[in-house]
Design a protein. Structure first.
Length: 179
């Protein structure tokens, strides 16, 4: 049982270190990290497409009528290749999607601020300010999607670093409890 705890502790520590390292990668080189992620996704999607095409070729005639392996395979392969050939474009698309999300979320928060005002909440204006800030960032992200993608990566990086540090702290506390 003691051996199990040691292995589990080691695995948690290794995962925490990986979180911190990936987090630092996202913080130090957000553009490069975004492109690497898009390239990895492109490889996965392209391989999925290839496997679907192979499944179609290897299936018998009755199975071909019952599946869409060839069509799905070709589409997935083309999408994967696009990810591989144009990772910057895909990163921009993600930035634009994030911008739209921020814009709409900010608009909803701005509306809720006035709902808070209507029910007598004295600090309704704080919600309105945060809503306007989100609207501005969202609008900026829609107009400049390449500029907002690194910010998203930085947030992910910070989250990974915090998660890694939290895991190490938790492991330390749990280990000291069992000593």
């Amino acid at each position: 049982m003691n051996d199990f705890f040691k292995k589990t502790k080691l695995n948690f520590i290794l995962m925490a270190i990986l979180y911190i390292l990936f987090g630092l990668m996202f913080l130090i080189q957000p553009d490069v990290t975004n492109k690497i992620i898009v390239i990895i996704l492109g490889l996965i999607i392209a391989l999925y497409g290839i496997f679907k095409i192979i499944a179609h070729v290897q299936s018998d005639i009755s199975q071909r009528f019952q599946s869409f392996n060839l069509g799905i395979g070709i589409i997935a392969l083309l999408i994967g290749l696009f990810f591989l050939i144009k990772p910057g474009t895909i990163v921009s698309i993600f930035g634009a999607i994030l911008g739209l999300f921020l814009f709409f979320h900010g608009a909803i928060n701005f509306q809720h601020a006035f709902n808070l005002k209507d029910i007598g909440y004295k600090k309704w204006w704080l919600s309105a300010i945060f809503g306007l800030i989100a609207i501005c960032f969202g609008f900026y992200g829609i107009l400049n999607p390449r500029a907002i993608s690194p910010a998203f990566s930085i947030i992910i990086g910070l989250g990974l670093i915090i998660s890694g540090i939290s895991d190490i702290f938790m492991i330390y506390k749990i280990s000291s409890f069992f000593k």
